[in-house]
Design a protein around this ligand. Structure first.
Ligand code: HEC
Length: 115
């Protein structure tokens, strides 16, 4: 009797496993996060040095802070988190975030100043 129950369950499961139905609702569309980094000078430096660990939104959704704070954030990434950041790119990265935050403050949803 037990065996019949197992076979029956197996048959029912078999009926349900048409691939087109099973996978239709499981499709996940990941947002193309990279496009969320607004265009602007220094954007490429950010893509090359920061996006290995962060989605753009992680970096952009920070309270607006002064330039010195961005410098210390980038410094913390390098010292504390061992981020392989190209030292020559640091000023470009800092400029980028300062400009993007300034543009966001005056024009929410807009892109970086001076693009
Ligand atoms: C090696 C991985 C790594 C790289 C590369 C990296 N970070 Fe981070 N970052 C972290 C970790 C870990 C944290 C702390 C946990 C978190 O908030 O995700 C963090 C946190 C942050 C935060 C949140 C605020 C704070 O002070 O903690 C910001 C903003 C940030 N990173 C910006 C950057 C920028 C800009 C770059 C490029 C220069 C960068 N990160 C590169 C690992 C990295």
């Amino acid at each position: 009797m037990k065996h019949w129950a197992i076979i029956l369950v197996g048959l029912l499961a078999g009926c349900d496993s048409r691939p087109d139905v099973v996978f239709a609702d499981a499709a996940i569309t990941l947002p193309d996060d990279l496009t969320e980094l607004p265009p602007g000078p220094g954007r490429q430096a950010v893509v090359e040095n920061c996006t290995a660990c962060h989605s753009p939104s992680t970096m952009l959704q920070q309270p607006q802070v002064p330039r010195a704070k961005w410098e210390s954030i980038v410094g913390k990434m390098i010292e504390t988190y061992k981020a392989p950041v190209d030292e020559k790119a640091i000023p470009d990265i800092v400029d980028y975030f300062v400009a993007v935050q300034a543009a966001q403050a005056t024009n929410p949803g807009g892109s970086a100043a001076g693009q």
